[in-house]
Ligand binder design. Structure first.
Ligand SMILES: O=C(O)CCC(=O)C(=O)O
Ligand SMILES: [Fe+2]
Length: 347
């Protein structure tokens, strides 16, 4: 019998970025330590817990309180919160709408997307109707319960995400302006408020049912993700060399930051976009808020230091085509949500 030992080299560090952010600046040496720690995390697990940020605990609590109120609305109210037209990533996402891992049951979670509010007749929304458009909020929740804290949180977490991108740029060696274009032209970013009902570890008899997860194993599509989780726990990261799922313990002071597929592509896999999943074994409801930094929809995704290469999905074999951020996002969203539709149809 082979007994798998826990791999102590697979650690998800907690990195205090305070010395990098501090105003007046702390010593260049202290800022460099932050840059190096972040680079190391990106090259190994692709995950770190970020502390030393300026977001207030009060705002975070306010957003979580908003999540509870939103998700406890009657289902028929939540179902109405769907965007018009082709706009994705706004409004309510039903339990079971997404299958992140092929072969598993639809995820046991419900979500709600918020982004920058852009009126539907705005030129930017007309040009990018899939990702730029108006936010949707439930009419029967006071603005102060959900809209106001979430809009403020969105602005602040976006700012924090941009700071993380600066730290990444400082460690990458392609110059401090390497992400300037990506972060220009109304860069896209999305908040996803998430609710995971409690679940039993195994649903159904062994072998009879497919695996049920809160969120199936997946990598994130964008550049980076900043996640605020409550105290329920359940987020796990894959240690590829042992196959073990490593929990990320909740820390109210920390954002969980992870590298997404775009950074892996830019760095040709030097920065890891790692698999993670959620199983809510806490016996109570779990809430989390993910912020995905997806950037300038027109940016072409190609590895740093290369003029052109086939990137992402969508390019035919042998065709040297570079996809844009928008094409990449559409392809990834199409795959995971398409799977859920198939799974519902076949169940
Ligand atoms: O809820 C979590 O802890 C993780 C969510 C997640 O991985 C995602 O939405 O991509
Ligand atoms: Fe994720």
């Amino acid at each position: 019998m082979i007994i798998k030992m826990a791999d102590e080299t697979f650690t998800i560090p907690t990195i205090d970025i305070g010395p990098y952010l501090s105003d007046p600046p702390s010593s260049p040496e202290a800022a460099k330590v932050v840059v190096d720690q972040v680079r190391q995390a990106c090259m190994t697990t692709g995950f770190f817990c970020l502390t030393g940020h300026c977001m207030s605990r009060e705002l975070q609590r306010h957003v979580f309180a908003g999540c509870e109120k939103l998700f406890s609305l009657p289902l028929e109210e939540k179902r109405k919160l769907r965007p018009a037209g082709v706009l994705k990533n706004r409004g309510y996402e039903l339990i079971g709408a997404q299958v992140l891992r092929e072969g598993t049951l639809p995820d046991l979670k419900e979500g709600f997307f918020i982004s920058q509010h852009i009126p539907s007749d705005d030129e930017r929304a007309l040009q990018h109707p899939y990702f730029l458009g108006p936010n949707i909020f439930p009419a029967n929740l006071p603005d102060d319960d959900l809209k106001a804290p979430c809009e403020r949180y969105y602005r602040e977490v976006f700012g924090l995400g941009c700071e993380v991108m600066k730290i990444l740029a400082a460690g990458l060696g392609y110059g401090e302006h390497v992400f300037d274009e990506f972060l220009s032209n109304d860069p896209a970013g999305f908040l996803r408020l998430l609710h995971y009902p409690p679940q039993r570890e195994e649903s159904g008899e062994k072998g009879e049912k497919k695996e049920q997860l809160g969120a199936g194993a997946h990598t994130d599509f964008g550049a980076i993700t900043l996640l605020m989780q409550d105290d329920a726990g359940g987020l796990e990261v894959l240690n590829n060399s042992t196959g073990e799922w490593v929990p990320i313990e909740p820390n109210p002071d920390a954002f969980v930051v992870n590298i997404g597929d775009m950074l892996a592509l830019w760095t040709k896999g030097v920065y890891k976009s790692n698999y993670h999943r959620v199983i809510n074994r806490s016996g109570k409801d779990r809430y989390s808020v993910a912020f995905f930094l997806d950037g300038n929809l027109e940016t072409q995704l190609k590895a740093f230091g290369e003029d052109e290469q086939p990137a992402g999905a969508g390019g035919a074999v042998g065709e040297r085509r570079v996809v844009t951020v928008e094409e990449h996002m559409l392809e990834r969203l199409g795959t995971t949500y398409g799977r859920a539709a198939k799974s519902v149809l076949s169940s």
